[in-house]
Ligand binder design. Structure first.
Ligand code: 1PZ
Length: 207
């Protein structure tokens, strides 16, 4: 069932391609549509359903941020639009603002990418806990409070084993590898695209 996530992000990455790569700084081209982005992000719930109670909080955090962006998509067509709104109102980093929630969701997508990367990196002895711990330390820990970090590291001990995860996802070693690699490939341009939205508006990504 990982293919649900992979395919959603494949479609999104495809929608990023045409005028974008060639367009340079021409932002009159539409860019990534917010509703399409939200719809792909929603499919991550497949993964959460495999993780168990300790990650309920992470799920609620993630889902509430995606929901907020879904709300925004009723008014704003593209990701650029919400950045521009928050830049104008000086609310890019304000808790609960669209641009801040977009940054958080982006970190979630990057975390999943890093977990997959770690998961596939070594032999079968490598546990999901070790993979997720390493990925979290790299991608999200620097931006989280001490309290959140401590809770997340404690929660890691409750993660399913490799075998349990494959079973719950209804995947084999082969299918999981194929899907994880594909997600790693297609999420990268999306994550880079989002980062560029901030960088182009002189917003540093150290938060
Ligand atoms: C299959 C692999 C399983 C690995 C599980 C690893 C889970 C890591 C959980 C990270 C929990 C983060 C919890 C809370 C973070 C909050 O401090 C911030 C607050 O943002 P603010 O409101 O101040 O702007 N919230 C977020 O960053 C929202 C998104 C976090 C969730 C990311 C989860 C990604 C998905 C993991 C795999 C299913």
């Amino acid at each position: 069932s990982l293919s649900i996530i992979t395919e959603a992000f494949e479609d999104l990455a495809d929608s990023l391609k045409p005028p974008w790569k060639t367009g340079g700084d021409d932002e009159s081209a539409d860019g990534l549509r917010l509703d399409a982005f939200c719809s792909a992000c929603t499919h991550v719930s497949v993964l959460f359903s495999c993780l168990g109670f300790a990650f309920k909080f992470a799920e609620m955090e993630y889902v509430s941020k995606v929901k907020d962006l879904v709300e925004a998509s009723k008014t704003f067509e593209t990701l650029q639009n919400i950045l521009d709104l928050d830049v104008e109102n000086k609310t890019v980093k304000t808790p609960g603002s669209y641009s801040r929630n977009l940054r958080r969701v982006r970190q979630g997508l990057d975390l999943i990418r890093a977990i997959f990367e770690q998961f596939l990196m070594t032999d079968e002895c490598y546990s999901l806990k070790d993979a997720a711990t390493k990925a979290y330390t790299q991608v999200c820990a620097p931006f989280h409070s001490w309290t959140v970090r401590t809770a997340v590291y404690a929660g890691m001990y409750t993660l399913p084993t490799r075998e349990q995860l494959l079973l719950r996802l209804n995947e084999t070693d082969q299918s999981v590898e194929k899907n994880m690699r594909r997600y790693m490939e297609v999420s990268r341009p999306i994550i880079e695209y989002i980062d560029k939205l901030y960088i182009d508006r002189n917003i540093k990504l150290d938060w």
